[in-house]
Design a protein around this ligand. Structure first.
Ligand code: NI
Length: 226
């Protein structure tokens, strides 16, 4: 399931992120690449312990906490501290799958990458190429969203970032361990939750909505592990 989430960051917030990132000391993207992805990854990345990574990463986490769409779609158990990358002209990231497990830097905590997320920080008119192409069950899907918008996709998907041919593409990316490991189960819960929210707006609370909401929670109880 691919889900795009609009306005995770406001345009003012995006401007602030960009000004902080412009002055940051970028490093080579190779540092967090796995064995296979290292051979196809060409980009710059902000070191995980850079002050900008920590500050902006925690602002991303605050924004995610306020996004009902994100919480419903991802059912997050843990979110990896957000990272930041930059693709200049000629840079891209060939087809790969993200590592299944990631150790959080400076801790013993490991996160299973059930979902991958890209939060766009450049607007589409600032660069050409640079699409995130995700192999979905319906074939490849090319994604390029406005700055401040985010795409969530299953960690199991093969994906790539097409080479940038003009300008610069800046984004934040991170992974989520979900309370519900299976994408298909998360999809059922998400569809049901969205339908319940809309029904409640249309008809207000009634016995049937209480029954549907109970079913949602009973499925979540059945499928969630903490
Ligand atoms: Ni990746």
């Amino acid at each position: 399931m691919l889900i795009s989430i609009a306005d995770v960051l406001s345009s003012d917030e995006v401007r602030y992120f960009r000004s902080r990132l412009d002055g940051a000391a970028w490093g080579d993207g190779e540092v967090t690449a796995g064995f296979q992805s290292r051979t196809v990854k060409r980009n710059a990345q902000l070191p995980e312990d850079a002050p900008e990574s920590r500050e902006l990463g925690s602002l991303v986490l605050d924004a995610l906490d306020k996004s009902l769409l994100f919480l419903s779609a991802a059912l997050p158990a843990s979110v990896y501290p957000p990272l930041f990358n930059r693709y200049d002209v000629g840079q891209g990231f060939g087809n790969h799958v993200d590592n299944a497990l990631r150790q959080v830097r400076g801790s013993t905590k490991r996160i299973r990458t059930d979902l991958s997320a890209t939060l766009f920080l450049s607007n589409p008119d600032e660069y050409e190429g640079g699409e995130l192409v995700i192999e979905d069950t319906f074939g490849p899907r090319a994604v390029k969203l406005p700055a401040g918008h985010m795409i969530l996709y299953p960690g199991t998907s093969v994906h790539q970032v097409r080479p940038v041919t003009r300008g610069t593409r800046i984004a934040s990316f991170f992974w989520i361990q979900s309370l519900v490991r299976e994408d298909a189960q998360r999809r059922i819960l998400f569809d049901m939750d969205m339908a319940i929210v809309k029904l409640r707006q249309q008809v207000g609370d009634n016995a049937e909505l209480v029954a549907l909401t109970s079913t949602y929670h009973n499925l979540l109880r059945r499928w969630a592990s903490t």
